[in-house]
Design a protein around this ligand. Sequence first.
Ligand SMILES: [Zn+2]
Length: 337
Amino acid sequence: MFARRTLITASVALAATLAACSPAPQNSGVSTPDASTPPATQSATTSASASPTTSSSAVTTPSSNESGTPTANASGTASTSASGSESAQPSAQTQPEQGTNHIASAKAYAYPAKDVHDWLLNGKESPTYPKGKKIVFITMDDGPNTSTTARNLDTFKKAGVHATFYNVGLSLGNPKVQELMKRQYAEGHAVAVHSNSHDYSFLYPGRHCNPANVAKDFDALNAKMKNILGPGWSSNTFRYPGGHMSWKDMAPCDAVLAKKGVYWLDWNAGTNDAVPKRSQPKNPETMMQAVMQTAGDKNVVVLLSHDANGKEMTVKTMPKIIDYFKSKGYEFGIIGG
Ligand SMILES: [Zn+2]
C-alpha cells in the first residue's frame, strides 16, 4: 500500500514537472500554464497555479499514423475495394473493431486502457507490466484541427507507426475536422475522448474536480464522436484536461468515470510543447532533449504531445521522435479500449 502510494506520488511529481497540457504546480519551476495553448477556444482562465497536494520529491519514477487516403469506413460507410465490385463492404482492414476506439487492423498493437492505466500508476508492480520489451504510446492531445492533424497523420503513416489521439469537441461541427477524425480512425490510430469543452473553470471550479460536469463533458464528446465515427466506435479511455495530477478532489470524478468503465490516463514523458511558451522547445534538438530526458529508459513510455494549432515544433520534430524510439527498440502501441 505504501509502495503504491509512493509510486503514485512519484508519478505525480514527475508528471507535474512535465506540465505539458497542464497548469503547472506552484514551486515546480515550471510556473504558469500556457493559457494560449490550443484548443483556441480553451478557457483563458486557466492560468491559476496548480497545487498538487503531493510533495515535489522523488524522481524515482514508476518505471514503471497520407493525405488523399480514403476517409471512408470510419462511419461504417464502405469504400469499394475494387472497381466493378458490386459489394460495398468495408475492407477487413478498416472495419471497426466493435466496441473499441480503433479499427480491426489496429488490434495487433492496441493495449487495453485498463492495463496502461495500471502501468502508469504501479509500474513494475503491476501484474501485467510488460517485461522484456519496450512500448511507447505517443499520445496527441487537443485535436483534430485543419492545421496540424493532416501533417501529423502523414508523419505517422510514412513511419508506419500509430498514436492515440485524445480529441476535443469544440471544432467537431466543422465537416473538414470531422473528416480528419475519420482519417485518424481509418488509418489505425486510437481515437479517444479528451474533453468536449476543455474548460478548466467548468471541469474544475475553484480547482476542485466537479464530477457532474466531468460526466457531462465526457458524455457530450462521446456522443459527438460516436455520431461521426459510427456506432461501432467506443472508447473507455479518457484524459483529464490539464492532467489528473493538477487538480484537487479527483476521487469523485474518478468514481464517475469508473462507473462508466472508463480509465483515465496521464503520462510519464513529454515533448514539453504545452509548457509556458518561454519554456517550450525552440528547435527540434531541444524538444528531443525533453523527450529523451523524460522517457529515460522506461519500459513503458506514455508520451504527452499535442496535435493543436500552433504546435509547429511538434509537427517538425515528430519524425525524429519516432526515429528515436525505433532506434531504442520500442514497439509503438496505442491505448485501446
Ligand atoms: Zn488538452
